[in-house]
Design a protein around this ligand. Structure first.
Ligand SMILES: Nc1ncnc2c1ncn2[C@@H]1O[C@H](COP(=O)(O)OP(=O)(O)OP(=O)(O)O)[C@@H](O)[C@H]1O
Ligand SMILES: [Zn+2]
Length: 722
């Protein structure tokens, strides 16, 4: 585990995606930022609660587990969550901390509703940090947006007021925000924005346990890839008139965009307007001026916009909204004016504005210079759109992944009054996209696009394009004439888990240990009814991980974002499987720190289940979380601003119980199937990698043997084949 590797490993655009996907991932990203030992606050945050809880929990766990949690010195057999975890000193500090008195909320009176309604928000647009925290805890802050470097944030209060807050180094902040249901986001800045890319942990379980996983994509930003460097400032001032691109013919057609037939159907209408405006105007129909393309990054919004222009045979003007806004007030507005002027001269045509949220966020109380600039820019945009008649033949398409933050004024009739959703593709969509990106590539006969599509739930068009490209590069490097199954599988793994560390030497002992650890995860996963199938186990180190076990979450699970109680419980058991295997084989004295990340993940799942997902049987009925189920994507669970000591205790107990139960279940499974564990580990030690099919065969063969022996207790749990 090394934090030195964090920034560059995570400095990808994928972080932005993760954020768009869910605030929860974002929250854990923020939590994962390297931090110094926490200053002791009088308040007791949700995080401290968990950690105190964790220390209690630890006391209950076997000695071995305790030892590992406390000695977080690195052995190199770190696992996935390690990378996301706060640095060791934080853990140790907290675990050694004397218990503090538990006190939620800023001060007791705030809990009484009538007092809360009298609560006065601070004045001005620059709040002191302590005032800000009080406001959050009084439930008065709706959302915050962190600056990219985390040094300050912009807040939107419930009454719409906005203000800036300079942040001290408070490791509890994110939890305070989370606990109070504040919507968190991070300012996106320019395209080169360096964001932690983590699809990690339970929120996006593309794979799990023992690996650092993130999707990455070359930051070539489809379409807008012109000369628009990220360097703003004085140099650009002179050429402020050229911040957009004009393409006379995009050459893109609807056939180039796959997996979003719904969106294409809706946009077909726009194509029709552009092609035959007279047909509509003759009937007195008003041609729409603006259309908003909404969807996560990389789903092909830019490509679709180009296709509309291509299908209609009209010029395509494009820009990224963030490019409009420069340090000089007024520049953005003049750029907008310029863009519309040029476009109107070439009508009929398409104007495409990417990342419209960069300027189109709700206006309101000014927050310093940057904001005035943004306001002027958006005002200019509105003026332009109001100014031309729908029949001018200019149609503005704009893309965003945050429709929720947009200024309502933008969405009014006559502006962006149409919305087209461009979602992540489903299996069939992915097959279609893979077909598009296989064009012109020599694919081997053994390549089955449908299979690849199944293995890539959650991938966007851009991710799939990246996959095919990486595979082609691999094939070239291997001097092959065509891309085979192998190259695609390898590319997929590289994308998900990072490249293998080929040169890394592992001692024989460590190899054995990692092999048993990973086999433990895999075994529990396989024996657990209703869990995702294992697709690969590997003890080749990569990133910070000593080994990895890959699971493939089912399509419906990813698509629906629904994680059942059973599933999450199973996931906890699977996460604990690694440590349990180590313990059983190497004894309690010889275990490693490799599972500390697993433990953190387990505690996090349990806590989430209890406090946010309403999945706790006891507390769920207390209804102190808004609803069960799909809180993963975006929507922050509405939570009460405060709760009693009794409730806090109950949460503690419930979390503890959940983890203990998972531990027992996992241990029972491993103990009664120890033969299989040995077999899997042996194969791993010999071959380093086992794929899903092979693993299944080992499990089935061993189960058959056990069955013949009859007396084996493990047979009662059927293996669930994918
Ligand atoms: N549905 C799709 N079909 C085919 N290719 C796609 C699709 N979606 C994305 N791609 C590929 O990914 C590239 C990037 O996608 P694009 O820039 O259009 O996504 P976007 O939604 O605009 O993302 P961003 O918000 O990051 O700009 C495209 O140029 C295309 O090659
Ligand atoms: Zn592990």
């Amino acid at each position: 585990m090394s934090f030195a590797t964090r920034p560059e490993a995570l400095a990808t655009k994928a972080g932005r995606r993760a954020f768009a996907r869910n605030t929860e991932a974002l929250r854990s990203q923020l939590l994962g930022v390297p931090r110094r030992p926490s200053r002791v606050t009088a308040k007791f945050s949700a995080k401290q609660l968990t950690e105190n809880l964790a220390s209690e929990l630890v006391a209950k766990l076997p000695k071995a587990a305790l030892a590992s949690l406390l000695s977080l010195s690195t052995t190199g057999v770190a696992s996935a969550a390690d990378v996301f975890a706060p640095p060791p000193e934080t853990n140790t500090t907290t675990i050694n901390q004397a218990p503090q008195s538990v006190q939620f909320g800023a001060s007791a009176p705030l809990t009484a509703p009538e007092v809360r309604s009298e609560y006065q928000l601070p004045e001005g647009n620059q709040w002191r940090y302590s005032d800000f925290v009080n406001a959050v805890e009084a439930g008065k802050v709706e959302r915050v947006r962190f600056s990219k470097d985390g040094s300050q944030l912009q807040l939107t209060a419930v009454d719409g007021r906005r203000a800036t807050v300079v942040l001290p180094n408070d490791p509890d902040l994110v939890d305070i925000l989370a606990k109070n249901g504040v919507d968190i986001s991070v300012s996106e800045g320019d395209q080169q924005g360096n964001y932690v890319a983590l699809l990690g942990n339970i929120l996006f379980p593309l794979i799990a346990f023992g690996g650092l996983f993130f999707l990455f994509r070359r930051s070539q930003n489809g379409g807008a890839g012109g000369p628009m460097g990220p360097m703003g400032g004085a140099m650009d001032f002179g050429r402020s008139k050229s911040k957009f691109q004009e393409v006379p013919e995009t050459g893109v057609v609807f056939d180039d965009v796959a997996g979003c037939d719904g969106a294409k159907l809706e946009l077909q209408e726009v194509v029709d307007f552009l092609k035959n405006p007279d047909k509509y105007t003759a009937l007195g129909a008003k041609i729409p001026k603006g259309c908003l393309l909404v969807g996560p990054p990389g789903t092909g919004k830019t490509l679709l916009a180009k296709a509309v222009a291509g299908e209609a045979g009209v010029p395509f003007f494009s820009c990224a909204a963030s490019e409009f806004v420069e340090v000089f007030v007024g520049v953005g507005a003049s750029r907008v004016r310029d863009l519309f002027e040029k476009a109107k001269a070439k009508a009929p045509c398409i104007i495409f504005i990417d990342e419209i949220d960069a300027v189109g966020r709700q206006r309101g109380a000014g927050m310093g210079g940057g904001n005035d600039e943004r306001e002027q820019t958006i005002n200019q945009l509105l003026t332009e759109m109001d100014g031309f008649e729908g029949n001018t033949g200019v149609i503005v398409l704009a893309a965003t992944n945050r429709p929720d933050v947009l200024d309502q004024a933008l969405l009014r009739p006559g502006r962006f009054d149409r919305q087209v959703t461009v979602d992540r593709p489903d299996v069939q969509g992915r097959v279609a996209i893979l077909k598009v990106h296989s064009r012109g590539k020599a694919l081997g006969k053994d390549v089955d696009l449908e299979k690849i599509a199944r293995r890539t739930p959650g991938f966007t068009g851009a991710d799939l394009q990246n996959l095919m490209n990486e595979a082609a590069i691999l094939a070239a490097r291997r001097n092959l004439k065509e891309i085979s199954k192998e190259e695609i599988a390898d590319a997929l793994e590289r994308i998900i888990a990072g490249p293998e560390k080929k040169g890394a030497v592992m001692s024989e002992k460590k190899r054995r240990l990692v092999a048993y650890h990973e086999a433990g995860h895999a075994l529990v996963g396989a024996l657990m009814p209703e869990y995702d199938p294992v697709t690969k186990i590997s003890i080749v180190p990569r990133g910070a991980a000593g080994g990895l076990t890959f699971f493939a979450p089912s399509e419906e699970r990813l698509e629906s974002g629904l994680y059942s109680r059973t599933y999450l419980e199973n996931q906890m058991a699977v996460a604990l499987g690694g440590r349990i295997a180590e313990e059983l084989i190497f004894g309690e004295d010889d275990i490693t720190t490799g599972a500390s990340g697993d433990f953190q993940q387990v505690t996090r799942i349990a806590r989430l289940m209890v406090t946010q997902l309403g999945l706790s049987k006891k507390l769920g009925q207390v209804a102190w979380s808004s609803s069960g189920g799909a809180q993963f994507l975006g929507a922050s669970a509405a939570q009460p601003a405060d709760f009693s000591q009794a409730t806090a205790d109950e949460i503690d107990n419930e979390v503890k119980e959940l983890v203990e139960r998972a531990y027992r279940r996992a241990k029972d499974l491993v103990v009664s199937n120890i033969d299989i564990l040995h077999k899997v580990a042996a194969v791993l030690i010999e071959k380093e990698n086992i794929d899903g099919d092979e693993f299944q065969q080992i499990v089935l063969a061993s189960q058959a043997q056990q069955y013949l022996k009859k007396d084996a207790p493990g047979v009662s749990i059927p293996y669930q084949a994918a």
